[in-house]
Design a protein around this ligand. Structure first.
Ligand code: DC
Length: 232
């Protein structure tokens, strides 16, 4: 059976990556978290002191250093899921902190950052057999993907999920701050000039506000089976 390309886009913290990872594992596809790639660029910029206290970015230095950013994913045998590596170092935990979350949207809005990451993503997915999640996968990275899903849920429900996730990792978190960060990221992601977050016209929409993880997993699997059956 021909392996297809699956693009899963949507708002921050709506559970895209959990569902994309589960689907990829179930159907034997490769999973790529494109947000992790933008988070790596942000961590790199922070480590090099390119983000000032007031949030301003030294874009010309960052642009000149882009060739030094190498992101890869390797399966963690303990979790059965891929961990993110920045220049050979496992940064899976570091890229999920509130500090990185607070700076990632302006970094992801920079056209030269998007051009570099989009090229890497297209290279990773050129053989098909991939589930990639993000904001612009079905619109800009793989506009011809056979299966496109746009996921959303209410702001409060998404903030609660993110807050619970941070607490479970032992990170101090304030619900109001998490909610504000999420709304601000949605605003920047949806209004930027290059590849803004938007639903592709041919995407299937999934509002998972009131779905359990097993229910959304089943919904995705059913859609995958319908699409692969009709493609044969
Ligand atoms: O999915 P996430 O929260 O890990 O994404 C982190 C940030 O990266 C988010 O603010 C939007 C941006 N992003 C993007 O612009 N394009 C993508 N394909 C994926 C993420």
């Amino acid at each position: 059976m021909k392996k297809i390309t699956i693009a899963i886009d949507g708002h921050s913290s709506c559970g895209k990556s959990t569902m994309a990872k589960d689907l990829a594992r179930e159907i034997g596809y490769i999973y790529i978290d494109s947000g992790a790639m933008y988070r790596c660029c942000t961590l790199f910029a922070m480590q090099r002191g390119l983000i000032a206290e007031d949030g301003s970015i030294d874009t010309s230095t960052l642009e000149s250093l882009m060739p030094e950013i190498n992101v890869s994913f390797r399966l963690n045998p303990e979790t059965g899921r891929p961990d993110t590596y920045l220049n050979g170092e496992n940064v899976e935990h570091q890229i999920r902190t509130m500090e990185v979350s607070a700076h990632v949207s302006p970094i992801a809005a920079l056209p030269f950052v998007r051009a570099a990451m989009t090229a890497q993503q297209q290279e990773m997915g050129k053989e098909g057999g991939i589930v990639m999640d993000g904001r612009d996968i079905g619109t800009a990275v793989f506009p011809d993907a056979e299966m496109k899903v746009f996921v959303t849920a209410s702001d409060e429900i998404r903030a609660q999920r993110r807050y619970d996730e941070l607490l479970s990792k032992g990170e101090a978190a304030d619900f109001q701050q998490v909610l504000e960060n999420l709304r601000e990221r949605d605003r920047i992601d949806s209004t930027r000039a290059v590849a803004p977050l938007r639903q592709a016209e041919d995407a299937l929409v999934l509002d998972n506000s009131h779905l359990t993880i097993p229910q959304q997993k089943q919904w995705l699997l059913d859609r995958f089976q319908e699409i692969t059956a009709s493609n044969e």
